[in-house]
Design a binder for this molecule. Structure first.
Ligand code: CUA
Length: 384
């Protein structure tokens, strides 16, 4: 074979290769349009329940519109090349055409993706700035304490007052403050709230999917984010950082309610003596007015605590939780002291087949002495 023939053949092949890219490009465009349409049609997120959700959902849509064609284009090109330049019978011993690089092509495929990424970064940063903007009006602040395996929320005492100081990390009240402590998060609708987030032990991550906001709870430092809930309802609070054996159970509820309902709730918690850990003695007297029903405490909690029935089985209360021991069995023949210890110091005795550290250790804080006693009496009398 003479060198001249070789060159001619290569030139011919290159021309036909170029022609072959037309269907590739057409196919990529069609697939991209379909892919983007599907990407935008999918309902990716739960309810949007905060003003922050709008810009974030739009950001997501823009990312879908930009990234789907990139994915489709790269995939289509790879598949096309594999097919187009496959080895045909008789070509086993042939070498490919010599290639010495193409500077122009390399510059193009470096600059275009760099510009796309830079553009998206600038846009995402602008969205972050926008949603983290402090409101003109005064905003409420709520302390969030993560610990294995529960969230505790701290509200500055009193529903009014200009001085709303945040709690200090890791969850101790600021000097002179007696925050209301709760395992339930209540927020007034259409008001900006700033969370100050701490951890008492390991890394957790405070996430409310319906608000779209999430941040790590880091031992030793305080992190924060703000939201403005704009839809009444109950939404899930999730721990999004693998934090130990009970990670999956570190789920609680945020109640978005009208301002009056929020004030009433907060006042009730204050009266109940819900003021922070160690303040039980102070709460003892004031809470005496309301009769405490052990069964209600067991099935519903006290409005701030999580309910026992979510994790434990108890025939009398009709609860079937399987996370912790079946109380009809495990409390059989036990005395009141044993039951009390199981509530306030759950890790002292861990039953076979269960692991310590899953049940929150703060029931002694979120329940008043009186409530603990009511619960103990109820369980003691129910399980005989
Ligand atoms: Cu806390 Cu996962």
């Amino acid at each position: 074979m003479a060198p001249g023939e070789d060159t001619g053949e290569i030139r011919e092949r290159r021309q036909s290769d170029r022609a072959g890219f037309v269907p590739l490009i057409a196919l990529s465009v069609i697939a991209s349009v379909i892919g983007v349409a599907i990407g935008l049609a999918i309902d990716w997120f739960p309810t949007a329940a905060a003003t922050q959700a709008g810009p974030i959902d739009t950001l997501w849509d823009v990312l879908v519109i930009v990234s789907v064609p990139v994915f489709v284009g790269v995939t289509a090109t790879i598949l096309y090349m594999v097919w187009r330049f496959r080895m045909r019978p008789g070509q086993e011993m042939e070498d490919g055409a010599p290639i010495h690089g193409n500077t122009r092509l390399e510059v193009i495929w470096t600059i275009i993706p760099a510009l796309v990424i830079l553009g998206l970064c600038v846009y995402a940063y602008a969205v972050l700035e926008d949603i983290e903007d402090a409101p003109a009006a005064q905003e409420m602040q709520v302390g969030v304490v993560g610990q294995q395996f529960t969230w505790t929320f701290q509200y500055p005492a009193g529903s009014e007052g200009d001085e709303r100081k945040l709690v200090e990390c890791p969850g101790k009240p600021a000097e002179g403050e007696k925050p209301v402590t709760s395992n339930q998060l209540y927020l007034p609708i259409n008001e900006s709230v700033k969370f100050k987030i701490c951890s008492r032990d390991v890394l957790h991550s405070f996430w409310i999917p319906d608000f779209r906001m999430k941040i790590d709870a880091v031992p030793g430092i305080a992190t924060d984010f703000r939201v403005t809930p704009n839809k009444l309802g109950k939404y899930e609070i999730v721990c999004a950082e693998l934090c130990g054996i009970g990670h999956a159970y570190m789920r609680q509820t945020v109640h978005v309610v009208p301002r009056e309902e929020f004030d009433a709730w907060l006042e009730k918690q204050g009266d109940r003596g819900g003021s922070a850990g160690g303040g039980q003695s102070a709460g003892g007297g004031s809470g005496a007015s309301a009769a405490v029903d052990g069964k209600t405490l067991y099935t519903e909690g006290n409005g701030t605590s999580t309910a026992c029935g979510g994790c434990h089985k108890l025939a009398d209360a009709g609860t079937a939780g399987g996370v912790g021991p079946d109380l009809d069995d495990s409390l059989q023949g036990k005395d009141a002291a044993y039951i009390r210890e199981g509530i306030v110091a759950p890790d002292k005795t861990v039953l076979e087949g269960f692991q310590g550290g899953i049940m929150p250790k703060n029931y002694g804080e979120v329940l008043s002495d009186q409530e603990v006693e009511a619960l103990v009496t109820y369980l003691d009398e129910t399980v005989k």
